[in-house]
Design a protein around this ligand. Structure first.
Ligand code: ATP
Ligand code: SKM
Ligand code: MG
Length: 176
């Protein structure tokens, strides 16, 4: 289904490694929308990489910047937005996402997320002695919040990025 035109915005939520950036880019291409990534937007606005922002301003400083970025990006039309894994912690972010777009939760188990992220050092929250335990803890806290904002929950287990894209397009076509 190349070049399928669909109305509105698509917002992708989920934990680190869920595929928000990867699947988001592919979805934008397929639906002729512009892709944005809130993590990249924060880095561009700040002029610093996420690990550096965490180091200097702590997680709370990062969350303030993230809220500003979400407020700006949810004013845009015709976009696919890949969000940061912690975006749903802020109630105002949740409200903005729900109001302004169709929210897709890319779900994966902590074990799978660990396998996808363990070679990558760009996620400060996973720079701990036991990243799998951290992912399990984040999953417990956040899975209900992702579900709360989601219009659609997609299980990404045992799926390639391309098969996920096909599944998403089929589901979106059915629902919209
Ligand atoms: N369904 C999938 N199957 C296998 N690997 C995947 C899948 N989705 C994503 N990946 C891989 O997992 C890694 C993390 O994906 P990606 O960066 O898109 O996640 P993210 O949700 O944007 O994470 P973050 O919240 O940290 O930005 C990438 O190397 C990507 O290629
Ligand atoms: O899950 C999280 O809290 C985060 C996920 C990443 O996307 C980044 O937004 C940052 O590393 C924090
Ligand atoms: Mg990402």
């Amino acid at each position: 289904m190349p070049g399928m035109k669909m109305p509105g915005n698509f917002y992708l939520v989920g934990l680190m490694g869920a595929g928000k950036t990867t699947v988001g880019r592919a979805l934008a291409r397929a639906t002729q929308k512009t892709f944005y990534d809130s993590d990249h937007d924060i880095e561009a606005r700040t002029g610093a990489k996420i690990p550096v922002i965490f180091e200097i301003e702590g997680e709370s400083g990062f969350r303030e910047r993230e809220a500003e970025s979400i407020a700006a990006l949810t004013q845009l039309q015709g976009i696919v937005l890949g969000t940061g894994g912690g975006v749903v912690l802020n109630p105002n972010n949740r409200k903005l996402l729900r109001r302004n777009g169709y929210v897709i939760y890319l779900r994966a188990s902590p074990e799978e997320l660990y396998a996808r992220t363990c070679h990558d050092k760009n996620r400060p929250l996973l720079q701990t002695a036991d990243p799998l335990a951290k992912l399990k803890e984040l999953y417990q806290i956040r899975d209900p919040l992702y579900r709360e904002v989601a219009d659609l929950v997609i299980d990404t287990s045992q799926q390639t990025v391309n098969s996920l894209l096909q599944l998403l397009l089929k589901e979106l076509e059915r629902q919209l």
